[in-house]
Design a binder for this molecule. Structure first.
Ligand code: CTP
Ligand code: CA
Length: 230
């Protein structure tokens, strides 16, 4: 990888990237989480750094080493990620939400380990806050100029579901991937995404490494922030 090969065209721009799967604790030893590895998010942070941006990586726990040079905000739960995102976007130029945020969290976290003779047969869950919808509301209210990119992992009706998320969450772009394909999405080094833009245009990328997908996405951010022809 050639560092700074694109000449630092995002110098002076702050890009916030979220990564990993949030963890929602049930008791001191158990939690609800998902299969996100954080690889696509970390690759995005690396790609943004290579382009000269100031990068803040808000990350749920992963097994990965954060790219050298980014500010790291470590979080565990969806609500902590929500708080961190709201704090970091105020002076940011772009937000890339590649984290797999839990949709539900246990209503209570037991202080003591739940014993097997406790006759537990259900765990009560509460919905989490939709971070991107909160960002949209904040953006609208404060007339914040920030480019917002989301991801959509779908197992059916990829395009339709992704377009719906793009619209409802007020995104500039959504990267949609079909998780039924084994080489794309969770826990692998490759990804195959369909980029859908706020103006309705689309770009279907072939199967490529997550680093290459990241470069493609950052190229669009670069073009927007440099006032390019998009
Ligand atoms: N997302 C978010 N806050 C949440 C859940 C998701 O900001 N509480 C973001 C994700 O980071 C991603 C986008 O919303 O960029 C789409 O996430 P996804 O899980 O595909 O969609 P949901 O809106 O959660 O809907 P569903 O899981 O039912 O498909
Ligand atoms: Ca979800």
């Amino acid at each position: 990888r050639w560092l700074f090969s694109r000449g630092g065209s995002l110098a002076g721009k702050k890009i916030v990237v979220t990564a990993g799967g949030t963890q929602e604790p049930i008791d001191p030893v158990r939690m609800i989480t998902n299969r996100s590895s954080g690889k696509q998010g970390y690759a995005l942070a690396q790609s943004a750094l290579d382009t000269g941006a100031d990068v803040t990586l808000i990350t749920a726990p992963t097994n990965l080493e954060p790219p050298y040079g980014c500010k790291v905000v470590a979080v565990q739960q969806a609500e902590q990620m929500h708080q961190a995102v709201m704090a970091e976007i105020k002076d940011a130029h772009a937000l890339i939400m590649s984290a797999a945020v839990a949709d539900f969290t246990p209503h209570t976290t037991e202080k003591e380990k739940i014993k097997k003779d406790s006759a537990l047969n259900a765990i009560e869950l509460d919905p989490t806050v939709d971070i991107l919808k909160q960002v949209k509301a904040y953006k609208d209210q404060n007339k914040l100029e920030i480019k917002v990119i989301g991801f959509a992992a779908e197992s059916q009706s990829l395009k339709e579901n992704a377009v719906k998320k793009l619209t409802e969450k007020g995104l500039d772009m959504i990267a949609a991937n079909d998780i039924t394909q084994s080489e794309a999405g969770f826990a692998v080094d490759t990804n195959q995404v369909l980029l859908i833009f706020g103006n309705g245009s689309m770009e279907s990328l072939p199967l490529m490494s997550k680093a290459e997908v990241a470069d493609k996405i950052i190229q669009h951010v670069d073009a927007w922030l440099m006032g390019g022809a998009e």
